[in-house]
Design a binder for this molecule. Structure first.
Ligand code: G
Ligand code: G
Ligand code: MN
Ligand code: NA
Length: 254
């Protein structure tokens, strides 16, 4: 209850900020950014999402918080339209099941795009298999409507949840993100290697881009490329960074 009250105050006082983790291809070309929330608490310092997103989900606060973060991400997109290296680079925002299940989710996303002037083509929404436990038809309908507007969808943490391939086939997706849990020991664990290969093949057969998370070394990258996975996110390339640090880092690389 204390945390819940703290989240409410934090939302009113603008304590939630988005950091961005870059995604790259084999040639170290920047493909996109994932927005990851951080809570800058006045007394406790920086709090990671693992410590408050579950409470925000249980209490329903994830709905207004998620709206606020989506708006921030869209404002950042508009800001970056003026930035030479970040102009047009897509930003992926994590969406909780509870958010997508609100009746007017698609309308609220469209309203944020209208209000901020962000281009729908540069907004990606990351959803998880957990959203598939209820209202599948309505969820698919919302995703379809947003895709018509140009918004893209990724399935996050793929393989960790309730994945019925029947549902997966119906979902209007653009990308599968292989969970870092399968990537970490890819080089030493033949089961993980087999799972990653299978997911890559599945993605290819469904015409989906496949991105690997938790890429921490050059060897991970090479092994993934050998399996047909060409998009990467992880500490090998960069941690999630505050916008100013990200801009500085990109400026250095030129
Ligand atoms: O950045 P970090 O690895 O600590 O994130 C931990 C978890 O919090 C991840 O599983 C991520 O999906 C979730 N998360 C991060 N940012 C957001 C957000 O803006 N909204 C939601 N719903 N989840 C987020
Ligand atoms: O949304 P998702 O559950 O995919 O959240 C991604 C989380 O993984 C973020 O909290 C981010 O900080 C973390 N992360 C990103 N890259 C790496 C990595 O290379 N290794 C590890 N262990 N964690 C990572
Ligand atoms: Mn994610
Ligand atoms: Na993930």
């Amino acid at each position: 209850a204390e945390l819940e009250a703290g989240i409410r105050v934090g939302m009113e006082q603008g304590q939630f900020e988005l950091w961005y983790q870059p995604q790259y291809d084999r040639q170290q070309q920047l493909l996109g950014l994932e927005a990851l929330v951080r809570w800058r608490h006045p007394e406790k310092g920086l709090i990671s999402p693992a410590d408050f997103i579950p409470v925000a989900e249980e209490t329903g606060l994830i709905v207004p918080l998620g709206d606020q973060l989506l708006e921030q991400a869209c404002q950042q997109l508009v800001h970056w339209q003026q930035h030479s290296q970040l102009n047009g680079v897509p930003v992926a925002v994590n969406i909780s099941a509870r958010q997508i299940h609100t009746a007017d989710f698609a309308e609220r996303v469209c309203a944020v795009l209208d209000r901020t002037g962000a281009s729908a083509n540069t907004l990606e929404l990351e959803v998880t298999e957990s959203m598939l436990v209820k209202d599948v038809e309505q969820t698919i309908d919302k995703m379809r409507r947003l895709r018509l507007r140009g918004v893209r969808f990724s399935l996050d943490d793929f393989g960790t949840g309730y994945s019925s391939l029947i549902f997966l086939k119906q979902l209007p997706l653009d990308k599968l993100k292989i969970d870092q849990g399968f990537v970490r020991d890819l080089l030493s664990d033949s089961n993980d290697a087999a799972i990653v290969k299978t997911v890559v093949a599945l993605g290819q057969s469904m015409d989906l881009t496949v991105l690997a998370e938790g890429v921490e070394t050059r060897e991970h990258c090479d092994a993934l490329a050998a399996m047909g996975c060409y998009e990467y996110q992880g500490y090998y390339f960069s941690k999630p960074l505050p916008p100013a640090e990200l801009e500085a880092r990109l400026a250095e690389q030129v």
